[in-house]
Design a protein around this ligand. Structure first.
Ligand SMILES: C[S@@+](CC[C@H](N)C(=O)[O-])C[C@H]1O[C@@H](n2cnc3c(N)ncnc32)[C@H](O)[C@@H]1O
Length: 392
């Protein structure tokens, strides 16, 4: 078989969604730093992609390529590696390439009759895999030394993974020509701070500077010790302090919060807006403020039930937060962070800066909603100056 013929056969199988998994191995040059490439199908925003996982001596890198556009990537790889093993639906393929790119293509039957199970792959697509030890997760007590997620830490592990996925999705919104400045407010034990540092700095090798800030001195000191023990550089720091007093920055690119209590989330969002953060990812928790303000007789049959009132207050708070971000030039959405079975604190506020101004209709819709509830949102007070030209 000729090289081009092989490329046609592979590219069409990848495009039509029959790839289950593949490995490209045996670099032609001993000096080649890239050792192996694993391929698997993944669904991204409803579109089939092939994920290339590049395994170097010490790091892994990932690239997701739309399934119909893999040919040039594969072409480049198969000119520098001698072997590919692939499983397609109903067919195993063994490819060997000679020095002169002569192709030996052997096929066999495989058990895999159905198409690739993308929901299964979605599970496997986790950025941090159960079974692979990540030094920070081992040190934080989430994994055992051999990478098994510990009993009782599975929820935390899933939250870290999911949040990091959101971070991964937001990369195109971040600057590529300078250091990316990131703040994690209310970082606590800093699972997320370490995870995003590991993912962006160590795996993706991006130029980042990450700060985790929390009120708890001892917890922050422990985080500093862990970072030092793991040999992390100055580009990861932990500070003791109150979000509300943290005014040390003039510009920040990404602000994240995970379960920052009550109005601590609003403080973080307000700072993010003031610094013109391009990306805000925030999973709030215990939204109490509105609970005590709610004063809407028309909602009486809901609000008479404490449980319903609490949930309603939480949902209304997050809706107000997202709407204020929209009015301040963000494309803001409320998304599912993690399924309800894992934690009821499952809403993610994701906001990307667009700079678009809000139209008058949207502003009056916000005011009507706020006034109907009798709400006096913390974030509105915090951002009084910024909102003055919008709300009047
Ligand atoms: C529920 S914990 C979450 C910790 C961490 N983000 C996580 O998900 O594991 C909330 C953290 O927010 C911190 N916090 C609350 N209000 C704060 C404030 N005003 N400034 C700094 N940290 C705050 C608390 O000390 C606590 O560690």
């Amino acid at each position: 078989m000729e090289f081009d013929e092989m490329m046609d056969a592979l590219a069409s199988r990848m495009a039509n969604g029959t790839l289950v998994k593949a490995t490209i191995s045996q670099p032609r040059l001993k000096s080649e730093e890239l050792k192996r490439i694993r391929l698997k199908p993944v669904e991204l925003r409803g579109e089939l992609h092939i994920q290339f996982e590049y395994q170097y001596e010490r790091i892994l890198k990932h690239e997701n390529v739309p399934a119909g556009q893999v040919r040039p990537v594969l072409d480049r790889l198969l000119r520098t590696f001698r072997q590919m093993q692939a499983t397609f639906t109903g067919e195993d393929v063994q490819i060997r390439l000679s020095k002169k790119l002569k192709v030996s293509w052997k096929t066999g039957q495989t058990e895999t009759k159905a198409g690739p199970d993308l929901s299964h792959n979605r599970k496997k697509r986790y950025i941090f895999e159960d079974g692979t030890p990540y030094p920070f997760l081992v040190r934080l007590g989430v994994q055992t030394a051999d990478g098994k997620v510990k009993k009782g830490k599975a929820d935390k592990f899933r939250q870290i993974n999911r949040f990091t996925e959101y971070i991964s999705d937001s990369l195109t919104h971040l600057p590529a020509d300078r250091t990316i400045r990131i703040l994690d407010f209310g970082s606590g034990k800093s699972y997320l701070t370490f995870a995003l540092y590991h993912y962006l700095r160590i795996e993706k090798q991006l130029d980042v500077r990450v700060t985790g800030l929390d009120l708890k001195k001892e917890v922050i000191e422990e985080c500093r010790q862990i970072a030092a023990d793991l040999g992390y550089g100055d580009d990861l720091e932990f500070l003791v302090g109150d979000i509300n007093d943290y005014n040390d920055e003039t510009a920040v690119d990404m602000v994240v919060t995970l379960h920052a209590c009550d109005v601590a989330t609003d403080m973080a969002l307000a700072r993010a807006v003031r610094w013109g953060a391009r990306v805000i990812l925030s999973v709030p928790c215990c939204q109490h403020e509105l609970f005590s303000q709610l004063d809407t007789p028309e909602l009486g049959i809901m609000l008479q039930h404490g449980l319903v009132k609490e949930r309603f207050a939480a949902l209304a708070t997050d809706s107000i937060r997202a709407e204020l971000l929209s009015l301040l030039g963000y494309d803001a959405q409320l998304l599912e962070f993690i399924d309800m079975a894992n934690t009821p604190k499952n809403i993610m506020i994701r906001a990307y800066k667009t700079g678009r101004t809000a139209d008058a209709g949207r502003v009056s819709r916000y005011k009507a909603f706020r006034d109907m509830l009798g709400a006096e949102p913390f974030m509105e007070r915090e951002l009084k100056e910024e909102l003055a030209p919008v709300l009047g």
